[in-house]
Design a protein around this ligand. Structure first.
Ligand code: GDP
Ligand code: ADP
Length: 195
């Protein structure tokens, strides 16, 4: 099951689209000094997104080549964009630092759990449908885009039961505080086991 050592933990932020996974994950990741493992995506960066920070943005041709080489442990196509994750990136990251984090939809989180088992801690981030809709409209998405993203809201929400932890996300700093505390317990346990 994956090629990882005991103390190597993978924190996966998952939940419905727009629930705040990215905002929460990046804030917690920075606070705790975790390294982020990025997916490869074939869409163009949105305003504010940076290659190598949000995704590795690649061409569809390169994506096909990597896929043909068997380079992705997990891949998915959403709204005509291909997303993929390379096990090499996950395993290489552990050579630098203790623990890593990723942001994935429930499908990707499940695949990672199946691959890396106990190493994977799933943090389910959620908010109610109206809140997500309001935030996404405020972000500038069209009503059609928002409806498309919310079309699998119920199915995504059902994944909460499978996750190791769940956090509602209304007040961002509160959510980040709670998750940071939870993850610190895992990190401390790691340190104690090492002593
Ligand atoms: N299964 C899987 N999902 C991914 C991967 N990378 C990103 N996603 C998810 O794909 C969805 C769309 O990603 P993105 O374009 O960043 O989101 P948007 O800005 O909400 O459209 C989000 O739910 C991401 O969490 C991946 O490698 N595998
Ligand atoms: N607690 C919060 N309160 C208000 N707005 C939030 C909160 N968390 C996230 N947002 C906003 O909601 C939108 C979606 O957040 P994002 O982190 O991109 O979600 P996801 O990664 O789950 O799609 C962004 O505009 C973000 O700034």
């Amino acid at each position: 099951m994956g090629d990882l050592k005991d103390r190597e933990l993978i924190f996966v932020f998952t939940g419905p689209d727009g629930s705040g996974r990215k905002s929460v994950a990046d804030s917690v990741g920075t606070t705790l000094g975790l390294s982020k493992v990025l997916s490869y995506a074939t869409r163009k960066p949105r305003p504010g997104e940076v290659n190598g920070q949000d995704y590795h943005f690649i061409t569809p041709e390169l994506y096909d080549q990597l896929a043909a080489e068997g380079g992705f442990i997990e891949s998915v196509t959403i709204r005509e964009t291909h997303y993929g994750l390379r096990d090499k990136d996950i395993e290489r990251n552990f050579q630098n630092k203790g623990c890593i984090y990723l942001i994935l939809n429930p499908e990707g989180a499940e695949k990672l759990k199946q691959t890396y088992g106990e190493h994977v801690i799933r943090l389910f981030i959620y908010a109610d449908r109206n809140t997500i809709e309001t935030r996404q409209l405020a972000e500038g998405l069209t009503e059609e885009d928002v409806a498309m993203r919310l079309s699998h809201y119920e199915a995504d929400m059902a994944y909460q039961l499978q996750c190791e932890h769940a956090f509602e996300n209304y007040d961002l700093s509160h959510t980040v505080f709670d998750i940071t505390n939870t993850l610190e317990t895992y990190l401390k346990r790691n340190l104690e086991e090492r002593d």
